[in-house]
Design a protein around this ligand. Sequence first.
Ligand code: COA
Length: 189
Amino acid sequence: MEDRKFKNQLTVRPETKEEYAAIRQLIQEAFDPMPFSAGKEWQLVEAIRTSDGYIPGLALVAELDGKIIGHIMVSEVAIDGKNSMIPALILSPVSVLPQFQRKGIGQVLCRKAVEEASKTDYPVMIVIGDPNYYSRFGFQPAVPQGVYLPFGFEEEYLQLIPLRDGVLEKVSGAIQFPPWFFDARGELL
Ligand SMILES: CC(C)(COP(=O)(O)OP(=O)(O)OC[C@H]1O[C@@H](n2cnc3c(N)ncnc32)[C@H](O)[C@@H]1OP(=O)(O)O)[C@@H](O)C(=O)NCCC(=O)NCCS
């Protein structure tokens, strides 16, 4: 009950320039306890912002009582189809301040990202993450659809969501990450 009230006061809207410093801190705090994290997610967000792949209306914050408590970034990648490069969206990363986790904020952010992504012309949105979490938003395994990563990975973690009916038969190939997804050593951020 408390959670429901809490969500009612939550605003999800596009990020603004004035919030970049707060968002950096939020991403650092969210990922810091995660054993899989190299602490570079904020760098990815900032690299995307200055790139051609940045889509202002798809970088969202969750605000509660004037405080930014969550953030989600959706940006452009490409899928190397047989005859052409297919522009696609990728959801990465999503962050909620530790003290606000497990209260539904991440789900509100992900649902809003899917809703906004569905208004674009992109055929699919990709995510790399736990299927137990992302399947609830409509993400499904990507590899059976013929969409894969150009390097070794745990197959079930790669998922996609079709953003319009009938697009899946037209989308297959290796995901091409643009240069801003890599650090100076060539590792994915
Ligand atoms: C992952 C994250 C964004 C989820 O946001 P949240 O507001 O805590 O999650 P919600 O309250 O919306 O959802 C809770 C559900 O997510 C699950 N969940 C939370 N974090 C999870 C994770 N890292 N992996 C899998 N499931 C997770 C919970 O078990 C819970 O599932 P249930 O509803 O079946 O019980 C948030 O925990 C976070 O910022 N984590 C650190 C950064 C991170 O790992 N980001 C994701 C990788 S890009």
